[in-house]
Design a protein around this ligand. Structure first.
Ligand code: HEC
Ligand code: HEC
Ligand code: HEC
Ligand code: HEC
Length: 189
């Protein structure tokens, strides 16, 4: 059996040399398709490296922010009132009309949700920074351009207004400058 595996490798090598051009094209197409199809890893996958004081404890700052409680909030009496007024039947924690802004990655294909993704994270890191499976490695993270190429988003106002907009039943306006200060989690210089 060893011999046939060896031969398979030789044949595969020859084949990939012979069809070098089209293989390269295929890879390019694959990469383009993948660009908007990175997997979500959940907040714990970022916490690993972003929780020390030295790194700026982005995890701790996020945990103390309202975004971490966005899913939990949907279980409150207040949320049930909001849902009723918005004409949403049943449990807000199960309603698409609420989850679309109160959790990360609502409505994406199931295969894009990694094993550690959980709705309980509410509006997690990846709601603003993009799905992390392909940029979370140390090597990629340390190289900003590589990280962005692998799906990292450096948020702008448009990132926020996906949720902070008129479709939000409790919308009271949104001022990017003050809002971004409230959730700031910079890396110490
Ligand atoms: C293996 C460790 C590791 C993991 C896991 C990790 N990061 Fe990072 N991250 C780093 C390092 C190292 C840097 C670069 C140094 C720095 O700026 O702190 C960085 C930088 C960043 C930056 C700044 C990019 C820039 O240059 O402006 C963002 C944003 C970021 N990470 C978000 C995330 C998010 C979101 C996740 C989870 C999906 C995550 N990281 C997971 C190690 C990690
Ligand atoms: C378009 C995005 C969006 C949708 C859809 C949405 N929310 Fe929210 N929700 C937000 C944002 C952003 C906030 C926080 C800031 C604010 O209220 O302006 C918020 C805040 C809340 C609050 C806190 C009240 C407050 O005054 O801050 C409750 C309760 C709530 N939402 C319930 C719901 C329920 C229930 C649904 C479904 C019927 C829902 N939301 C749908 C974006 C949304
Ligand atoms: C996926 C949807 C979503 C995105 C994207 C999002 N938010 Fe939020 N935001 C919410 C929800 C939902 C709440 C209410 C959570 C709660 O009260 O527990 C909230 C609450 C807040 C609050 C506290 C309430 C307030 O209005 O003062 C601030 C500040 C805030 N967001 C800032 C931002 C900023 C800045 C960005 C972009 C960099 C952003 N958000 C992106 C959904 C989102
Ligand atoms: C509500 C949106 C939002 C969420 C949620 C969020 N971030 Fe950010 N993050 C931002 C914004 C806005 C910036 C500033 C971007 C800039 O430099 O212009 C930022 C910057 C960063 C930076 C770079 C800081 C610097 O000084 O360059 C890191 C690292 C980071 N975030 C990691 C995380 C991690 C890890 C989580 C989850 C634990 C997280 N973020 C959750 C919006 C968010």
């Amino acid at each position: 059996m060893r011999i046939s595996v060896g031969w398979a490798a030789v044949i595969a090598l020859g084949l990939s040399v012979a069809i070098g051009m089209s293989a390269a094209e295929e890879t390019k197409e694959g990469a383009a398709a993948k660009a908007d199809a990175h997997q979500y890893i959940g907040v714990d996958g970022c916490k690993l490296c972003h929780k020390t004081e030295k790194s700026g404890d982005q995890y701790g700052k996020w945990l103390a922010s309202p975004h971490a409680k966005a899913y939990e909030l949907l279980a409150s009496d207040e949320a049930k009132e909001v849902a009723k007024k918005a004409g949403v039947e049943g449990d807000p924690q199960k309603a698409d009309q609420c989850l679309q802004c109160h959790v990360t990655a609502h409505g994406v294909k199931a295969e894009l949700l990694g094993a550690k993704y959980k709705v309980e994270d509410g509006v997690g890191c990846e709601s603003c920074h993009g799905a992390g499976a392909d940029y979370k490695s140390k090597k990629v993270m340390e190289d900003k351009d590589a990280a962005v190429a692998a799906g990292l988003i450096i948020p702008t106002e448009a990132t926020c207004t996906k949720c902070h907009n008129e479709k939000n039943p409790t919308h009271k306006g949104f001022d990017y400058k003050t809002a971004v200060e409230k959730i700031a989690h910079p890396t110490p210089k």
